[in-house]
Design a protein around this ligand. Structure first.
Ligand code: ZN
Length: 99
């Protein structure tokens, strides 16, 4: 059996951060899909909107400050990554989103 190791150059944004997801949920951040690669989320204050772009590898980039400068995905990008995966698993039900 071959032993595999984690690639050192894995894109950080493709790794899901459970703490970031919990922050997004706790702060009531909502996300909606604009296209297969583009989502819009609310800000934690509810005042602003951010755009999250998904790439083919499952990574995500967000237009918020943390998303632009942090090495790891922000809470908005993480929420979108999770929702996109859920939609992917239920592709036939993507027409009527509850948000
Ligand atoms: Zn963000």
């Amino acid at each position: 059996m071959a032993i595999t190791t984690m690639p050192t150059d894995t894109q950080a944004t493709s790794i899901l951060d459970a703490a970031a997801l919990l922050r997004a949920v706790a702060q009531g951040i909502k996300a909606r899909r604009l296209s297969s690669t583009e989502w819009e989320t609310t800000s934690s204050s509810g005042q602003g909107r951010y755009t999250v772009l998904l790439d083919a590898d499952g990574g995500a980039r967000c237009t918020c400050k943390a998303g632009q400068y942090a090495r790891f995905a922000c809470k908005h990008a993480t929420l979108v990554q999770v929702l996109a995966r859920v939609l992917d698993d239920n592709r036939e039900q993507t027409d009527d989103l509850p948000f």
